[in-house]
Design a protein around this ligand. Sequence first.
Ligand code: T3D
Length: 262
Amino acid sequence: MKYQTILYETRDQVATITLNRPERLNAISRQLIEEFGQAIATAEADAGVRCVLLTGAGRGFCAGADLADPSRGDTATRDAGAALDKYYNPTIRRMRAMAKPIVAAVNGVAAGAGMSLALASDIAIAGKSASFLQAFARIGLLPDAGSTWLLPRLVGEQRARALAMLAPQISAEQALAWGMIWQVVEDANLMDEARTLATKLASGPTLSLARIKQALMASNGNTLSQQLDLERDLQRELGRSADFAEGVAAFLQKRPAKFQGR
Ligand code: T3D
């Protein structure tokens, strides 16, 4: 597939999606969110892909919705809810439900819905100079693309409220201290570290990683009792997987496991 606003590359079972409008800090035009959604769907459907790596070209990760995109319409005709319904929400749902891990390598500012993309990934690592901004209230909107759900779960209710209402631009170190991201690394090492992480996940027990995603997602709406039942059901499935047999055999034979992802 030929994309104009993103780059898509597959190597070592990792699909790398690079948001590619660097002159606008990779702000999300209608075309970009559409192409990004297609790329996520492509990675999901490709049996040769076992992990997705998401990053931005240039000095930004993603500055959120493109506020200068003419296809947004004017105040009289704009339906911001329709844009979410059609473009953003299906993509966020797909990212969270996808049976493959998604790593975000946050290389610069992640603002508005761009921050939502980072939060919706499974593991986010950031370069030292990256920053995070719930820009929405600065322009009279509320956090969207999942941020009102993801943020309080990551950083707690009080911080989520302050981040959303006061809209400060916070550093990668602060985001790390608050549990918003997994790791901060030197800017120069970001892509190497992110690729190493993504390749490790891609050679991991993909079905197990998928069920971990599924169980953690479900835990948000489940009671402990429901979650125990779900763990039992998923573990039953994993207990019959080739990767579990390989994991145990490798442990007993004191050698690295060679997981096939099934
Ligand atoms: O209708 C719907 O689509 C609903 C969905 C909404 C979801 C949302 O994401 S709403 C939030 C939208 N995003 C923002 O409000 C953030 C706006 N950007 C900024 O506040 C700042 O640019 C940053 C804090 C992100 C970075 O600041 P800085 O100083 O590092 O860079 P800059 O100089 O502001 O930006 C560089 C260029 O990118 C600049 O263009 P220029 O002047 O060089 O021609 C700037 O205008 C452009 N740019 C940055 N963000 C956006 C943008 N252009 C369009 N849309 C942007 N979001």
